[in-house]
Structures are given as C-alpha cells and as structure tokens.
Design a protein around this ligand. Structure first.
Ligand code: NAD
Length: 480
C-alpha cells in the first residue's frame, strides 16, 4: 500500500514516531494508503525548516515567489488525471466533479495568488504638508494552515497560496481523512523550484498535529477551515498567545424561494446546491424556505428531480453522487435522519443508507434526503449535518422568511430566489451571512471576500483580504 510521507525541509520523510494511520477509499470502504501519524516532534522539525527558509524566500521577492508558484500550478495541471483520480478515490466524490471543480480550482488558487501578489499595493496617508504615512506590509514569518476533507486540494491551496505569495513560510496540515492530493502536491514542490523549508506538510491527526501547530509559539498566524467546535478549540489555545486567526467554520445555509422566482432554474439549481459533493460543501443550502403559495408545486418538482439523482461508483460519469467521506460521517448523517423523525419530520424521499453491489458493497453511500414538517427551533434545523439532507419550511411574508433564515447560530452563505430586484437587495442586506447568492449558487470570483458571521467564523479569505491576513501592516510616518 502506498505510504504518504511528510514533506519537511524539501524531503519526503516518515513521521518520527514511525507510526502509520490507515486512509480509506469511501467508494469501497477499504484502506488504500498508510499515512504518516505525526506529532509535535514533526511539527517542530517543520517549524525549524520554515524559520530557516524564511529570509531567502522573502528576499526572493514577489516575482521570484510568483514564478515558483506558477510552475507548481503548471505541474499540477500537467498531472491533472492523477490528481483527479486521487481526489475522487480519497474523498468518494464523483471523478467528474474533481475534474470540473476541485483540481482546476486548486490550480486557479495558485495562479490567482501568484499573480495577485504582483498587483498588491499598500496605502499612503498624506497629512497635508506636515507628514506622509505609508503602510509597509511585511510577511508574518512562519504561518500554519489547517484544512478539512470536503474539498481537499481546493481548500488546502486556498490557504497556502496567499500565505506563500505574501512571503511567508508554511507549516500545513491537510485533513487526515483525505491527505492524498496534498501528498501528491508535495512531490512536485522541488521540481517547481520552491526552496526547501518554504512549504512543509505534516500529516496526521488533528488533536496531535493540528494542536501542535496551534500551540507552537513560533507560528504567529493560523488559517483554519473546518468544524465550528474545532475552530473554538483553536481560538481557545491561540487567542491568549495573540496569534492572528482566520477561522472558516460550519454553516446551516438557508435557501429563500419567493413565489416570483424563475421556477425551473431555481429547482434545478436547488437540487445542485443541496446535493453537490453529497451535500458536503460548507456552502450547500440545507434549509429550503419556500413561499407558501408555491409550496406544493415546489415539493412536487424538487422531490421529483431529487429522486432522479443517481448515487453510485464515483468513477462512473453517469452518477450524480458518490460516497460519503467516512463510515463515521455516514453514521452521523444517518443519526440526524433518525433525530428528524423523532422530532416529527416527514421523510419525503431518501433517508437511508444505500447498499451497492460488487466491489462497492462496503462503500458509504446514502440516498439524497428531503425532510418536511419541522419548525425552525428543532435540532435538525439548528445543527450542521453536512451531508445529503435538506429540510423544507414554508413561509408567508418576506419578514417571516428572514426570521427563519436568520434563526440559527450560523451565518456562512445564503441563496435568494426572486425576480423582484428591490426585494433581492432588501433581503440580501438583512440576511446574517457572509455570502449571499441571488438567483445563482457557487458562482465564485476569487477576488471577493469569503467567510462567515456568527458561529461560521472570524475573518475573511479571498483576494486582497487573504493577502492582508498573511501580512502585518506597519505604518511609517515621515515628517516633511
Ligand atoms: P474538522 O474541524 O474535524 O477538521 C478540520 C481540520 O482540523 C482537519 O485537518 C483536522 O485534522 C484538524 N483538527 C481537528 N482537531 C484539531 C485540533 N484540536 N486542533 C487543530 N486542528 C484540528 O472538520 P472536518 O470534519 O474536516 O470538515 C468539515 C467541517 O468543515 C464542516 O463543519 C464544514 O462546514 C467546515 N467547512 C467550512 C468551510 C468554510 O469555508 N467555512 C469550508 C469547508 C468546510
């Protein structure tokens, strides 16, 4: 079985403990690789390598760093088939989705920040003829990047790219559930001309490797994407150390459907926003709020289209959905279906594990599930499920829709379906969310601020926001 090694100081090395973790293929439920089971000693070696590499990487200047990052993007693109196959195998997502979204987006992230840094400038503040202030933005030094399993290489590169472009050296930890593509990327770094120690990838468990990165006194900033509970733990440890923190956390995103919407486009897109990647995208809409006058029409059309979704072998281009990422996660999602039933919910379709045949018989598949009949305060409508499960709730007036939409502790993304321009603006302003899509979903411009409010996180990623996060601003005042 393939051994996935750490990448420290430009070398692929096993964990110092010489221990290994199993990595599973969700499609078949079988182990497909062994992963370095690292701990604080490996993190320490990575921090030392990063500290040593920092002056030269910074001195390389933005053009030098940009060139190395662009070469890395090219090398990933040249190996597109390998990356796509690995991402699908490791995560259970359809191969076609990895080819259309995950890996091209990872390449785009590297190219975007490699070129953004060339245009990044800072402000000057003139005090009439008394003095001039300018903002000097310097890299932080050694930074930590911790990413989740749902969009493995996509979110890993979304963090390391701005960190590296801004001149930092990185100690990164991909999810132990889906480490394969970050490992594959590490095998290309030397050929890309990224100097040893600039990017270090330490694999292993969150409470060991992630916790060691969070607590390390020489890691001055942490960019984290993952669950809200983990984010709170990272903040608990890092805040008293006065680290810079960017936390992208969970969601319970509402989809507001008004009667005046483009109905067919709305239904088609809402099927996508509910079940793409088996519902395991932090931006998926999980609470569908429908104006009562079209409730019956919506229910019939939506459930009809959901029943047509094909769940099966991720490598078969004919399938719409693959497997859930792990046995534990499948069990968690199924337990929410039981909870919904106990809370009085009606399962309109799905609600059960799917048992496929042959090689796939032990894979972790689940039918797309639609639930109705639950109020806003029940746990099913309050807690993040992060799987192929959505609920439908009716509303009468615009204010009711907003009350329902804002009635959770989360505030990541939201979707509004209406052809009334005035209403769309009003509702967008009133939603407690970091992202509002009007008559669309997952349309992403990498320059825009990305992040959530309330328990969905602190800080913003994307464009200039990310470059600002990964630099410290110093004001220099010169008396004229
Ligand atoms: P998770 O919080 O379990 O793990 C995320 C990462 O943190 C992993 O690499 C994990 O090993 C690490 N980790 C775990 N415990 C840690 C600790 N004590 N200290 C430091 N690191 C630790 O999340 P997950 O299950 O991998 O991902 C799913 C979650 O991610 C969902 O809640 C989803 O909403 C969220 N998510 C959010 C966004 C966003 O942009 N807001 C994007 C994708 C996923």
């Amino acid at each position: 079985m393939e051994r996935l090694l750490n990448f420290i100081n430009g070398e692929l090395v096993p964990a110092r403990s010489a221990r290994w973790l199993d990595v599973f293929a969700p499609a078949t439920g079988t182990a497909h690789a062994h992963l370095a089971d690292s701990d604080e000693h490996d993190v320490e070696a990575a921090v030392q390598a990063a500290e040593k590499a920092f002056p030269a990487w910074n001195a390389l200047g933005r053009e030098g760093r940009s060139a190395a990052m662009l070469r890395l993007a090219d090398l990933i693109e040249e190996d597109m088939d390998g990356f796509v196959a690995d991402e699908s195998k490791d995560n259970g997502k359809p191969l076609a989705l990895a080819r259309r979204v995950d890996i091209p987006r990872a390449v785009a992230n590297l190219r975007f920040f490699a070129t953004a840094i060339l245009h990044f400038s800072s402000e000057a503040h003139l005090m009439d003829d008394v003095a001039v202030n300018y903002t000097d933005r310097q890299p932080i030094g050694v930074v930590g990047c911790i990413s989740p399993w749902n969009l493995p290489l996509y979110l890993f590169t979304w963090k390391i790219a701005p960190a590296l472009a801004a001149g930092n050296c990185v100690v990164a930890k991909p999810s132990e559930v889906t480490p394969l593509t970050a490992y594959r990327l590490s095998t290309l770094c030397n050929a890309a001309g990224i100097p040893p120690g600039v990017l270090n990838i330490v694999h292993g468990l969150g409470p060991k490797v992630g916790a060691a990165i969070t607590a390390h006194p020489k890691i001055a900033a942490i960019s984290f994407t993952g669950g809200t509970r983990t984010g709170a733990e990272i903040a608990r440890v890092a805040a008293p150390m006065f680290k810079k923190l960017s936390l992208e956390l969970g969601g319970k995103n509402p989809v507001l459907v008004f009667a005046d919407c483009d109905f067919d486009l709305m239904v088609k897109t809402t099927v996508r926003s509910s079940f793409t990647n088996q519902g395991q995208i932090c931006l998926c809409g999980s609470r569908i709020l429908v104006e009562r006058s079209i409730l019956e029409r919506f229910r019939t059309a939506f459930v009809g289209q959901v029943r047509l979704l094909k769940v099966g072998d991720p490598s078969d281009p004919d399938q719409d959905m693959g497997a859930l990422v792990s046995k534990d996660h499948l069990e968690k999602v199924l337990s929410y279906v039981e909870l919904a039933k106990s809370e009085g919910g009606r399962i309109l379709t799905g609600g059960e594990q799917l048992h496929l045949a042959g090689e796939l018989k032990n894979g972790w598949y689940m039918a797309p599930t639609v639930i109705e009949g639950l109020g806003p305060e029940c746990r099913t409508n309050q807690e993040e499920i992060f799987g192929p499960v959505v609920t439908i709730q009716p509303f009468d007036a615009e204010e009711d829709a907003l009350d329902l939409a804002n009635a959770t502790p989360f505030g990541l993304a939201s979707v509004v379906w209406t052809t009334d321009l005035q209403r769309s603006q009003r509702v967008a302003r009133a939603l407690h969310a970091g992202i509002v899509w009007i008559n669309c979903w997952m349309l992403r411009d990498l320059r825009t601020p990305f992040g959530g409010v309330k328990n969905s996180g602190v800080g913003r990623e994307g464009g200039v926001e990310a470059l600002k996060f990964f630099t410290e601003a110093k004001n220099v005042c010169i008396k004229l």
